[in-house]
Design a protein around this ligand. Structure first.
Ligand SMILES: CCCCCCCC/C=C\CCCCCCCC(N)=O
Length: 531
């Protein structure tokens, strides 16, 4: 009898899964008809300055091979040429940046500071960068995509921006986000929608989607994103660039809006680099990290890849609510295994953590706060609250200031377990068990490779039909591990794909070394236009 029941449950599960799969295929087909493929391509990259890594540009500026002014004008020209097509950059400070570039060139021209000192103290002197519109730059808009904040001008830099300025880098502008950074497509009623440089009908991801597309299209030398559920790694994945969510509390979250409500959320949230070249990840992280954490992270300690133990899992063991991992993404794993074996004699081990199948409920439960503002209060910019039902009604009439997805998130806020109830406790302890199991497995010298996302970039608005796909990245936030997205080529539709690599907390250097290794082996960023 028991056997019959469990067989029945298995068949029912498979049937529902099949049904979900059919609906997903239908929705994808429907969206492909709505958003007919725009065959036009991004203008070619004709200026080779745009192809250099930020570190190379810094070296060339420092040694007088290039001027900061020249580098800056190259990126300004590229923004003017490309941004009207993809809408990645939403605020600029070209004139101020020009003055700062002139000063940087002046410092170098006078030769008063020895080269070694410049390299150590101002490693990014004269290099222009962008950050997302939730990590403030003084005197620019700080809206986080919220209409209530469209006139909000930041009075100070976020700490990471201040650190980058101290290191000589020049803030060039802000990039687009999802409303309040809580969705994985970047579209809002302040700045509009960003478009994927590889196919304009596809999403750029979120919430640092403007930054992902900005990096892919070479609109700045490097960028800064933030990530509490995948907001650095998903846009990096959809746009084929590198992105690193650092170990908990290594980079100050100061200035980010919205701020985390609980200490746990502060631990899950990470600000980190997004860039076209893997070699830039470590020097940027060194500049923005808290000085107190730098010693623990030993970022300068060389990593011998041959001594790293590799583990991997190709999917979350196929949870219900999440799309199956696309075959071309699954195919990356045997490629990685063959490469590691041939190049380094490493045998990567396949593992299967079943709890990954519960990544979405685990993320939602562990993000719960016992008290404090709700998402609907955040949508009112913490000045009162909004009524999501009224706003939804207004939305259907085209009269709401909010995106549909932000309003749906308010309603989702009310569902699931309550902080402290038995379901919540169960999911917290399941997270703790999973964390212990993974950390036991990888130890101090291991890494774990996992898909960053199950499919390449969907069409605009399509994520509404697969909201929980973000759980591939979200799970790593609540496990409190560093995680790097590594681009690994394009799929048959010409869209970027790749994997994420995680390590034990404070072992970011292992993730970053693997990123550099896989870039060498598999090519890394592929420009979305001809060069
Ligand atoms: C049919 C209605 C579908 C909409 C349901 C919306 C429910 C909310 C679901 C997921 C929200 C979490 C997305 C996290 C995105 C990344 C966050 C981050 N800043 O790292």
């Amino acid at each position: 009898m028991e056997k019959n029941t469990s067989n029945f449950q298995r068949y029912l599960k498979q049937f529902i899964k099949l049904l979900f799969g059919l609906v997903e295929c239908f929705v994808h087909w429907l969206f492909s008809k709505i958003y007919r493929k725009d065959e036009s391509k991004l203008p070619p990259i004709e200026d080779f300055i745009l192809m250099d890594s930020a570190s190379t540009l810094a070296m060339k500026i420092r040694t007088g091979k290039l001027t900061s002014e020249k580098v800056l004008e190259s990126f300004i020209d590229r923004i003017k040429q490309v941004n009207p097509i993809i809408n990645s950059v939403v605020a600029t400070r070209f004139d101020e940046a020009r003055k700062e570039a002139k000063s940087a060139d002046e410092i170098i021209r006078t030769g008063l500071i020895p080269l070694e000192k410049l390299e150590k103290e101002k490693p990014f002197l004269g290099v222009p960068f962008t950050t997302k519109d939730c990590i403030p730059i003084k005197d620019l808009i700080h809206s986080s995509g919220l209409v209530h904040r469209r006139n909000n001008i930041s009075e100070e830099d976020a700490k990471v921006v201040a650190s980058l300025r101290n290191a000589g880098a020049i803030p060039l502008g802000l990039t687009n986000v999802s409303e309040l950074c809580m969705w994985w497509e970047s579209s809002n009623n302040v700045h509009g929608r960003s478009r994927n440089p590889y196919d304009f009908s596809r999403i750029v991801g979120g919430s640092s989607g403007g930054e992902g597309s900005c990096q892919a299209a070479a609109l700045s030398a490097f960028g800064i994103g933030s990530d509490i559920g995948g907001s650095i790694r998903m846009p990096s994945f959809f746009n084929g660039v590198f992105g690193h969510k650092p170990s908990p509390l290594t980079v100050p979250n100061h200035g980010q809006y919205p701020q985390p409500i609980t200490e746990e959320q502060n631990i899950f949230l990470g600000i980190g680099p997004m860039c076209r070249r893997a070699e830039d990840l470590t020097p940027i992280l060194k500049v923005i990290a808290n000085k107190s954490h730098l010693e623990m992270m030993r970022l300068d300690e060389p990593v011998d890849i041959q001594k790293v133990r590799f583990f991997y899992q190709e999917s979350d063991t196929d949870s219900f609510l999440v799309s199956p991992v696309a075959q071309e993404i699954k195919d990356l794993f045997p490629k990685i295994c063959i490469y590691l074996n041939k190049a380094h004699g490493i045998k990567a081990s396949k593992v299967s953590f079943k709890s990954f199948g519960k990544s979405a409920p685990l993320w939602f439960a562990n993000m719960k706060a016992p008290s404090g503002p709700k998402f609907k209060d955040q949508l009112a910019n913490l000045d009162g609250t909004i009524n999501p039902y009224v706003e939804l009604l207004k939305w259907t009439l085209g009269m709401s200031q909010h995106t549909f997805v932000a309003l749906a998130t308010c309603l989702a806020d009310k569902t699931g377990c309550k902080y402290g109830d038995s379901d919540h406790q169960k999911l917290v302890s399941m997270r703790n068990d999973l964390k212990n199991d993974i950390l036991d497995l990888i130890g101090d010298d291991g890494v774990f490779i996992y898909p960053t996302h199950p499919t390449s970039a969907p069409y605009h608005n399509e994520p509404i039909f697969k909201p929980f796909n973000f759980s591939y990245t979200g799970i790593m936030n609540i496990l409190g591990v560093p995680a790097t997205h590594i681009p690994m080529g394009l799929d048959k539709n010409g869209l970027p794909i790749g994997v994420q690599v995680i390590a034990k907390p404070n072992n970011d250097r292992l993730c970053l070394a693997v990123a550099r290794e896989f870039e060498k082996a598999f090519g890394g960023w592929e420009p979305p236009s001809t060069v």
